[in-house]
Ligand binder design. Structure first.
Ligand code: AMP
Length: 109
C-alpha cells in the first residue's frame, strides 16, 4: 500500500488546513504557499496518486474536480482562473496525491 501523503492527513483532519469546500467526493482548501491571490487545491476523497495513474475506472475524477471547481468559482463570483494538474516530479508534482490547482487574481468573497 502506498504511503499516506500530507493530503490523506488533510482529508482525515489529522493536520489543519483552511477548507473552503467539502462534500462526499471532494475537499478544497487553500494552498499553504499561494502563487496567486486565490490559490486553492481540489482533491478527490478517492485516492489516486497522479493523472499518470488514472485508469478507466478513475477517469471520471479529473472531470469531477474541474466541475466542482467551476461550480465553486461561479458561486463565489470568480470568472477568471487557471486550473492546473502537475504530473510527476518532472512535471512539478511534489505531493503524490492527485490535485487540481485553482489560481485566480480575484479574491474569495
Ligand atoms: P504540487 O507541486 O502540484 O504537488 O502541489 C502541491 C501543493 O501543495 C503546493 O502548491 C504546496 O504549496 C501545497 N501544500 C503542501 N503542503 C500543504 C499543506 N499542509 N496545506 C496546504 N497546501 C499545502
Amino acid at each position: 500500500m502506498a504511503e499516506r501523503t500530507i493530503f490523506h492527513k488533510i482529508i482525515d483532519k489529522e493536520i489543519p488546513s483552511t477548507v473552503v469546500y467539502e462534500d462526499d467526493e471532494v475537499l478544497a482548501f487553500k494552498d499553504i504557499h499561494p502563487k496567486a491571490v486565490t490559490h486553492l487545491l481540489f482533491i478527490p476523497k478517492h485516492f489516486v496518486a497522479s493523472i499518470a495513474d488514472v485508469t478507466s475506472e478513475t477517469a471520471y475524477i479529473p472531470g469531477m474536480l474541474i466541475l466542482k471547481a467551476q461550480r465553486f468559482a461561479k458561486e463565489k463570483g470568480i470568472d477568471g482562473y487557471k486550473l492546473t494538474f502537475h504530473v510527476g516530479r518532472k512535471g512539478g508534482q511534489e505531493v503524490p496525491y492527485l490535485h487540481l490547482h485553482f489560481l485566480s487574481e480575484q479574491s474569495l468573497a
